[in-house]
Design a protein around this ligand. Structure first.
Ligand code: SF4
Length: 496
């Protein structure tokens, strides 16, 4: 079906990044870049091109507030330079003060890709060694594997109770042939994505991924709301709503939070959003609620929630907690409360949820990076050794692979001098921009300019890149050996 345009387990490359913005609602990273304190070079160079609600994370960074970053690694083969992008993104968020989580998606590798447990153990170790060698602070961050994390398993079960098969069909194209374990691995992944908020408190969380993983992000964002929904409806329920009204009031709440960050004057549920942009959405939710009730032969919705707007959100919180404890008493006596923004309302609802034993999840954010091209042209693939450089490749082999890479060069040196090379189509230039120039923007720009101006010829350019790659691999592999010791000393149950 058209709706399943991205398959997280397929081998699709993304032909048209723009389509992701238009069709799937991924937002462009460019506009957000100025709000990110000390952006990573992958952000500055446009390799990270899109996001979902990353502004929340950027804001937390600016204000020195808690946030988290989490990445899962499916241990199906050796980690290669394409995976290094995700490692770098995770490590960078940790260095910016975030709580960092790296997990081994062993259940997914086994159920979706049929990888044996022995192979999984070997690859998992290799991923973790490279992650630590590249700078992940394993003592400060959290490493785990899906199958041995009890909390993740429990959360997955809970999330599964809110996930419908029809959603699996719509989001992933699952059908009658899909194994139950594959579906179970999906809810486990949803639990992974929300885990940083469970392990600690609800907070902005970023999942750095390639765009092929966006279906997981979308599903996790939906589930975060659904869990919240459930609990918020409980909060609403305390305000004398009937069983039938609870889910409908929760719908109304959902309409409210979609309405932007405008101040909301809360009179009662009926006129709640009258003076905000969310009014039409709310009215629609309400009228659909009324017709659903009528169709079911029940009394139409008679909203009775009353809020007043005099004090700040903190008083409102007190009032709401009081309301929940005192139920009708407080309702009858009116809650002498508040003026609040949608963000406040959301915050408040979350706080109430947590106070009542709920999850209070924030929707997870994500950032998306471009895929690296294969060294031999086409896409980089784990199953085509010449197309990528494994982080475990012998440094000499890495050197040779770069030397035989395709380029964006012209047919002859003379033509290259005259017309310049095509750096934008050159896998070797990508190596500079994504990896070899590391934080040095000047150097990356220098290579680019020299190439397109015809001052740089491919032979020398590849020689330089090949040497840099060789020393990168030498250095990385040395650090992997140091990481091996550290990994064995860590007091974590990775069951490797
Ligand atoms: Fe690529 Fe370098 Fe050749 Fe330019 S000069 S096309 S960057 S290999």
């Amino acid at each position: 079906a058209d709706t399943v345009a991205i398959d997280p387990w397929g081998s699709s490359t993304i032909d048209d990044y723009r389509k992701l913005f238009d069709e799937f609602g991924i937002e462009s990273f460019d506009e957000l870049l100025p709000d990110v304190p000390h952006p990573h070079y992958l952000m500055r160079r446009g390799v990270i091109f899109g996001h979902r609600e990353y502004d929340r994370v950027a804001e937390a960074m600016q204000n020195d507030e808690p946030f988290a970053a989490l990445s899962g690694f499916m241990p199906t083969g050796d980690p290669h330079i394409g995976h290094k992008l995700v490692f770098d993104e995770l490590i960078w968020h940790q260095q910016q003060g975030g709580d960092a989580y790296g997990l081994i998606a062993d259940l997914e590798a086994h159920s979706a890709r049929g990888i044996s447990w022995d192979e999984i153990d070997e690859h998992a170790t290799n991923y973790l060694l490279s992650l630590i060698a590249l700078g992940f602070d394993a003592e400060d961050g959290t490493l785990y594997r899906q199958s041995t994390n009890r909390e993740v398993q429990d959360l997955a079960f809970e999330l599964g109770s809110r996930a419908k098969f029809s959603e699996f069909e719509a989001i992933y194209g699952f059908d009658g042939e899909t194994s139950i374990s594959h579906m179970q691995s999906v809810v486990t992944q949803m639990a992974d994505i929300l885990y940083p908020q469970l392990a600690d408190e609800p907070k902005p969380t970023v999942i750095p991924v390639g765009p092929d993983q966006d279906p997981h992000v979308r599903f996790a964002r939906d589930l975060a709301v659904k869990m919240r929904y459930f609990k918020v409806s409980k909060a609403f329920a305390s305000f004398e709503a009937s069983d039938a009204e609870r889910p409908l009031l929760a719908d109304a709440y959902e309409a409210l939070t979609d309405g932007g960050d405008e101040p909301v004057r809360c009179e009662d549920a009926a006129t709640w959003l009258a003076d905000t942009d969310a009014a039409p959405a709310f009215a629609a939710a309400q009228s659909s609620a009324v017709s659903k009730l009528e169709a079911a032969g029940k009394e139409p919705l008679r909203p009775r929630v009353r809020f007043f707007h005099r004090h700040g959100p903190e008083d409102a919180f007190e009032a709401m907690i009081g309301a929940i404890e005192g139920e009708k008493r407080v309702y009858d006596g009116h809650i002498d409360a508040f003026e609040l923004t949608v963000a406040d309302a959301e915050e408040l609802a979350r706080a109430v949820e947590v106070e009542n034993g709920g999850f209070g999840f924030m929707q997870p954010s994500s950032i998306y990076h471009r895929f690296m091209s294969g060294l031999t042209g086409g896409k980089m693939s784990s199953s085509i050794p010449a197309s990528h450089i494994s982080l475990l490749d012998d440094p000499e082999e890495g050197y040779n692979k770069v030397k035989s890479a395709s380029t964006g060069g012209r047919a002859t040196a003379a033509e290259q001098r005259e017309r310049g090379g095509e750096a934008d189509k050159c896998p070797v230039y990508e190596l500079y921009a994504y990896l070899l120039a590391s934080d040095d923007d000047e150097f990356a720009k220098h290579v680019y300019d020299e190439c397109v101006n015809g001052e740089r010829l491919c032979g020398d350019c590849k020689e330089q890149a090949a040497q840099l790659m060789q020393s990168f691999l030498e250095d990385h592999q040395e650090k992997r050996e140091e990481a091996r010791e550290l990994l064995s000393e860590l007091d974590i149950d990775l069951d490797l």
